[in-house]
Ligand binder design. Structure first.
Ligand SMILES: [Zn+2]
Length: 672
């Protein structure tokens, strides 16, 4: 290909990929498969590496990140980024609307919007291309976070139609609750501390130096403020709708996220509706913003020294209540980490009765300066368990004793340790501390590890108490007559369980490694180690230096792995697992075929010739990817007998191709 052809092809692919990205992330109506999208992206990547002179900073290939920002440059805002006046009082909103009427506006027209709880940004576009993304900062100047913002899928890198030559668009970058939960689950399974809330996590993510990490965090955005030299629009709402037509993700009117009203009743309806329904949203909001719609009117009403007079925010009260701190429990997790939990006198908060609150760690107890019997302020956010946010010291009784963090494990009495640089204490007695023994076993059989069905947490606890289980190797010596003696175990379920245990011997090495439950070795790290070492025998010989060469492994993880394999008891039960015949070597890329390469499949229901897991394995052996739920990214649903009607309907609605067992076998050329 000559340079001219390459340039033309790069331009064409860029346009097509941008359009598909827009359909997927902004309009939520993709028109090509992920497979085709990835093919085009790969083609573009190749061309860009052959002809780097034609590669643009806004290329769709930049979405995955990779640019490292050492220091975020300070940028002066072209239009100051003012914050809004705000109030928690409905009366003040009534007064504010009343004051507007005195400006003699012809027709009152107000835009009500959600106040997204995220990070405000200004995005600068020239000739339709994103040139700069800046945080609010102090309003006068902010920080340039362009390479991180480029990785956010719902931010358009190149606009398509009718956009102005030069302008800025403002909005909010936030972390959807689902992405936040997923991130915290990942962190928990890796033995990391969870993040506190979506807003701070979004802010922290945007300040990460490595944009490829930002790309993985699932940030999203709504854009809603257009700023330009000579505006062609009459009012705010018109500008937002136009921005939507240029290719931006704007708040959807159809879902009621934004609405034009004409009187105070309209404003109050909007406030009251979202005050009630805010926890139904897939992201967090902390209030409502109200703006005068017409730009002429905005000009007439003007600014105070700090904020526009033509806009204000109503903030929802965080739900708080006072309670008394009765005592503190210390919970011991699977990997031995200690979490303090406050027991409170029951108090009603946000429609539920609260009796417990999380405290995270010792540092937090010290920061709050908690004393026993303190009157504490409890707050409920989007989280499941409320937290203590303050102490009413005036009400502290004379001689109240400060809380002193325990020094010994409440379960086994071992002296607690605290890792350098980490704020959590942990119990080092992994082999005999009861919650760690049970926790290790529960983790071992869990779905993402050895996937042994038929063993609930309760059953495992019983088996541990009966001395039938202590180490993971003990699962493989459980016998029928002993199990039948255990409470609640019927013959049929015992048979099933034994079959499931036997079947787990086929689970691939990367999952076995994850199942061992090494501190800080989560699913992803286990996968990396497998790719790098290929076998347990090799891993056990690795030095610290060699471990540190593996992607995503730092000091903390390396030390934890070395520590784990140095332990004689661990060596003993792993030795036994090897004898049992578990997979301690990676099968490598031993595949049947690539016919499903790039395709995502969902398996549901019961099949004749295969178990569900066998079908899933066949999918992987033929290059495909398994997913648990049907989405627009699903290529095929492999449907067996008795699958859920909701799943089937969703697949049909999304136009996902449905295969029965026979059709699936034909597809992979495996008719048995
Ligand atoms: Zn312990």
């Amino acid at each position: 290909m000559n340079p001219e052809e390459a340039q033309h092809k790069i331009k064409l692919l860029t346009e097509q990929l941008n359009a598909h990205n827009h359909r997927y992330y902004v309009l939520a109506s993709p028109s090509i498969s992920d497979f085709d999208f990835d093919q085009m992206l790969r083609e573009l990547e190749e061309l860009e590496s052959l002809f780097p002179e034609f590669s643009s900073p806004n290329s769709p290939t930049k979405r995955v990140g990779g640019d490292i920002t050492k220091k975020f440059e300070t940028v002066i805002h072209e239009y100051p980024m003012l914050s809004l006046s705000n109030t928690y009082s409905r009366e003040e909103i009534v007064e504010w609307v009343g004051r507007l009427e005195k400006f003699g506006l012809e027709n009152l027209s107000l835009v009500c919007e959600l106040k997204y709880d995220g990070v405000a940004v200004g995005l600068r576009y020239e000739k339709g291309a994103l040139v700069r993304a800046v945080t609010r900062g102090d309003g006068e100047k902010g920080e340039d976070i362009t390479s991180n913002v480029r990785t956010i899928r719902s931010v358009s890198l190149q606009l398509t139609n009718d956009f102005p030559e030069k302008f800025e668009i403002r909005g909010e970058i936030f972390m959807p609750i689902a992405a936040f939960k997923e991130l915290n689950e990942q962190r928990a399974s890796d033995g990391e501390e969870p993040f506190a809330n979506p807003r701070n996590t979004a802010a922290g993510t945007l300040k990460l130096q490595d944009s490829s990490l930002v790309a993985k965090r699932g940030l999203d955005t709504f854009l809603y403020g257009v700023y330009q030299e000579k505006g062609a629009f009459h009012d705010h709402m018109e500008a937002i709708r136009a921005a939507g037509s240029w290719g931006f993700k704007i708040p959807p009117e159809s879902l009621g996220y934004i609405n034009v009203v004409h009187d105070i009743d309209g404003v109050m309806d909007f406030i009251n509706y979202w005050d009630q329904h805010r926890y139904d949203l897939p992201f967090e909001i902390d209030g409502i913003v109200i703006k005068v719609n017409a730009y002429e009117d905005q000009k007439r009403i003007g600014f105070t020294s700090k904020s526009p007079r033509w806009a204000t925010a109503f903030k929802f009260k965080t739900q708080q209540a006072e309670s008394t701190l009765l005592s503190i429990d210390y919970q011991v997790g699977r990997t031995g980490s200690i979490t303090p939990v406050a027991n409170l006198s029951p108090v009603s908060l946000g429609g539920t009765t609260v009796r417990r609150a999380s405290l995270h760690n010792e540092d937090q107890i010290l920061k709050l300066d908690l004393h026993i019997s303190d009157t504490v302020l409890v707050e409920k956010g989007g989280e499941i368990i409320p937290k203590i946010v303050g102490v009413n010291r005036v009400k502290r009784s004379h001689g109240a004793q400060p809380i002193v963090f325990i020094e010994n494990c409440p379960e086994c009495g071992a002296k607690l340790l605290r890792e350098e640089g980490l704020s959590n204490h942990f119990c080092p007695n992994a082999s005999a501390c009861p919650p760690q023994v049970a926790g290790r076993l529960i983790h071992f059989v869990s779905r993402k590890a050895m996937n042994i069905e038929g063993l609930g947490d309760e059953t495992i606890n019983v088996l541990v108490k009966e001395n039938m289980l202590k180490f993971p190797c003990d699962f493989y010596t459980l016998n029928r007559s002993e199990l039948l003696r255990v409470d609640r175990m019927a013959e049929k379920s015992v048979n099933k369980l034994l079959a499931a245990i036997d079947e787990s011997k086929n689970i691939p090495f990367e999952r076995v490694l994850f199942a061992l439950g090494i501190r800080h070795v989560g699913e992803t790290v286990a996968k990396r180690i497998t790719q790098h070492t290929g076998s347990l025998a090799k891993l056990m010989q690795f030095t610290k230096e060699e471990l540190l060469e593996i992607e995503e492994i730092g000091d903390k993880i390396a030390d934890s792995i070395l520590h784990f394999f140095r332990d004689d008891e661990n060596k003993m039960w792993i030795e036994k697992l090897i004898d049992v015949g578990l997979q301690f070597e990676s099968k490598g890329k031993d595949k049947d075929s690539d016919v499903l390469s790039g395709l995502t499949l969902v398996v549901s229901g019961v099949f004749d010739a295969y178990s569900r897991d066998e079908i899933k394995e066949l999918i992987e052996r033929n290059g495909g990817k398994n997913s648990g739920s049907v989405s627009s990214k699903t290529d095929f649903l492999v449907a067996g007998e008795g699958m859920g009607p909701a799943k089937l309907k969703k697949a049909k609605d999304l136009g996902v191709k449905i295969l029965n067992e026979l059709e699936f076998q034909k597809l992979i050329g495996n008719e048995k």
